[in-house]
Design a protein around this ligand. Structure first.
Ligand code: SF4
Ligand code: SF4
Length: 311
């Protein structure tokens, strides 16, 4: 293998999942590579296992058989048996050593975050190459947030691209322009999250201001990059006619036409929070009805933006 490919192949990143045969998150049949780490902390996050930048141990009490092997091997005393005989975890003490995962017979312990090289990820990707070719699919790098591991994202996208695999990224867009343009240089398609138009509301619900994000969206558009605008539609955050109007109006002023995907909120990720000893922070009173989503769709389309519900 030529040296430049070898160098790309050796780059290492922290991956918490690889999903094959996906039909969302880009065209055709795709493999989604989920990277650890995110700069935002969206209150509705459906992938809390992707937020932290380091490996994380998760406990699934519903399938624990109570054997106690985990407590025996835990040198940090993060796992222990309570006075009523139950197994419990103190997440603050956990050193993420993985010892309990190795001895658990029921799969009640999981470690999110495995160090992998670009070459190793590409080996997984190669298993589905015939499907990509037939369906115009490829690889989507997601997270967490791909920008949180900019060198790995750059190398993985470039390596796939040099092997003629279609590449996409799914991003919140929160980083300096230098980081965005470097990390996504070899992305054929950018699925760009547009969460809210107002800086303070964005800050309140995601932990960061949206100024840099909107600047990056405008610059990617100005460079003529292939973009899909993705709007998570969240009750209590942006799911109103006024907010959709303001966002669609902003998107309509971009230089190039882009498709918009409206992604309705779902609470499916909430069950994952307890695996980390946390409670979900976001539990809206109402879920979105089909009629509401149709109304929002009509707003986006009235601004001349080709739009759909779902990704
Ligand atoms: S990962 Fe290590 S420190 Fe954390 S609970 Fe398991 S054995 Fe203990
Ligand atoms: S090792 Fe696994 S099954 Fe056994 S007590 Fe610990 S979490 Fe439960």
């Amino acid at each position: 293998m030529p040296q430049h490919l070898q160098d790309l192949s050796n780059e290492r990143g922290l991956v918490f999942n690889i999903e094959r045969f996906c039909v969302h998150d880009g065209p055709g049949i795709r493999t989604i590579v989920f990277l650890k780490g995110c700069m935002l902390s969206c209150k509705w996050c459906a992938n809390p296992e992707g937020i932290g930048k380091t490996p994380q141990m998760a406990f699934l009490p519903e399938i624990c058989i109570g054997c106690g092997h985990c407590a025996e091997v835990c040198s940090e005393k993060a796992t222990f048996r309570t006075s009523d005989g139950m197994i419990s975890v103190n997440a603050q003490r956990c050193a993420h050593c993985g010892s309990c995962v190795a001895v658990c017979p029921s799969g009640a312990r999981l470690m999110y975050g495995t160090s992998m090289s670009v070459g190793e990820v590409f080996e997984e990707v190669c298993k589905d190459l015939p499907f990509y070719r037939r369906s115009q699919g490829g690889v989507t790098v997601s997270g967490g947030e791909p920008l949180a591991q900019k060198s790995f994202t750059y190398s993985l996208l470039k390596y796939c691209s040099l092997h003629n695999v279609h590449t996409a990224v799914e991003t919140c867009g929160y980083a300096s322009w230098g980081t965005v343009s470097y990390a996504f240089e070899f992305a054929d398609l950018i699925l760009f999250d547009f969460k809210h138009i107002h800086p303070l509301k964005h800050l309140k619900f995601t932990g960061v201001n949206n100024q840099q994000i909107l600047e990056n969206l405008k610059r990617l558009d100005a460079e003529g990059r292939a973009l899909i605008i993705r709007v998570p539609v969240i009750p209590g955050f942006n799911a109103t006619i006024g907010e959709m109007e303001a966002m669609a109006s902003f998107a309509a002023k971009l230089k190039n036409p882009h498709t918009c995907h409206l992604l309705p909120y779902h609470p499916l990720g909430n069950s994952k929070y307890s695996r980390f000893g946390r409670k979900p922070v976001f539990q809206p009173d109402d879920e979105l009805s089909r009629e509401q989503m149709q109304e929002f769709l009509a707003i986006w389309e009235s601004h001349g933006i080709k739009s759909q519900i779902g990704g």
